[in-house]
Write a protein that binds this ligand. Structure first.
Ligand SMILES: O=C(O)CCC(=O)C(=O)O
Length: 365
């Protein structure tokens, strides 16, 4: 590490850390902890990786059709039409207004787009980091004729690393919403911001370009991400994004165990075994991130939990069933439904904790 400084906004809660490396080093879990000081603040790591050569085929085949915005800049999940990747690329080269994304959490998710994210991910991160691919992430692409806000204020729980591949991106961040603003859930783990109405009035969503958005931008901490920079986007940090010109970012999401590790550092003083975190872990265990796969041109495949989750649930059921069968056959202790289901639940939790703890220990180095 060469230098580390803080960017502070007008509001005391508006803070970003900037770490400058002399040259890229492997991005390992202990380094993420060190750079972000235990995920205490969103942290920009300059010179974190060598930006890849920017060619369209590195991302998708030219004929691949994506839902995207051309002729206007929406937020990254918006689209005003379906366009081949070659047309999107040439429009970005021409500097037209374009915005969109592909991968998990976007309107363009299938085996091809998720496969492209996985390949890009493995050119930047060591193989053992973010390894399980439960929530691969997305590529955000676009261009803007004049600087403009693309993605307005939001936050999420994800263990999220954003890599600036090309162009520059303005990042605005604030840790707590000021009085008069409140979170609005758009999924169990993702929030937008609303502005409270006067008196008993209804609150309204903070929208791109409106005065409430501007007032949050003015209070927030602001830094520019450039090609080769990585942002450690800490859980539940509020952020908004502005672009100017041709822009490509890779936004990678960690697995559930990474989410648990980041939360443990940030909110539980590094206690991965905190009971509240363990209880939360069992809820998170069932989350699939909506990562159902749409086969190219085919029907949706069902949204299924991954194998370790299914295996844990199955072991729990089998353990209860085994107790029942043994008692019917007159083997072992008589069946006690309460004690047996306690034992099965406890072993389920132990299993869950072990898997989170194993990952957490990697962050400790
Ligand atoms: O770059 C963008 O437009 C949005 C990225 C973002 O907010 C995220 O990945 O969480």
């Amino acid at each position: 590490m060469v230098t580390s400084e803080e960017v502070v906004g007008e509001d005391p809660h508006a803070r970003l850390r900037v770490v400058e490396l002399a040259a890229p080093v492997p991005i390992t879990e202990p380094r993420l902890v060190e750079w972000s000081e235990g995920f205490s603040l969103p942290t920009i790591v300059r010179n974190a990786f060598v930006p890849p050569a920017i060619e369209p085929s590195r991302f998708l085949p030219p004929q691949r059709v994506l839902r995207a915005d051309i002729g206007r800049v929406g937020e990254f999940r918006d689209f005003n039409g379906e366009y081949p990747w070659s047309r999107i690329w040439s429009s970005m080269l021409e500097g037209q207004d374009v915005y969109g994304s592909f991968g998990t959490g976007t309107p363009n998710i299938d085996e091809t787009t998720v496969g492209a994210i996985r390949r890009l991910k493995r050119t930047i991160l060591p193989a053992e980091v973010y390894a399980d691919d439960q929530n691969p992430g997305h590529v955000i692409f676009g261009s803007a004729r004049v600087p403009q806000i693309t993605t307005s204020w939001h936050n999420a729980i994800d263990a999220n690393l954003l890599f600036q591949l090309h162009g520059s991106k303005d990042w605005y961040s604030i840790e707590q919403l000021p009085a008069g603003f409140h979170p609005v859930a758009i999924s169990n783990f993702t929030y937008l911001v609303a502005q409270q109405g006067e008196g008993e009035g209804r609150s309204t969503l903070v929208d791109r370009g409106d005065e409430h958005e501007r007032s949050l931008l003015e209070r927030s901490a602001h830094a520019v991400l450039r090609a080769g920079d990585m942002l450690i986007n800490t859980p539940y940090s509020w952020h908004a994004v502005r672009i100017d010109g041709f822009n490509l970012s890779l936004s990678l999401r960690g697995d559930r165990a990474d989410v648990m590790a980041w939360l443990a550092f940030r909110y539980f003083g590094g206690q991965i075994d905190h009971p509240m975190l363990a209880s939360f872990g069992s809820l998170l265990d069932t989350v699939t991130y909506g990562a159902s796969r749409r086969r190219s041109g085919g029907a949706d495949l069902p949204d299924l939990p991954d194998l370790p989750t299914v295996a844990r649930a199955l072991r729990k059921r089998l353990s209860i069933l085994g107790g029942r069968v043994r008692s019917r056959l007159g083997l072992g202790e008589p069946f006690n439904p309460i004690i047996d289901s306690y034992a099965a639940t406890d072993s389920y939790f132990q299993d869950l904790r072990t898997s989170y703890r194993t990952r957490f220990l990697r962050y400790l180095g």
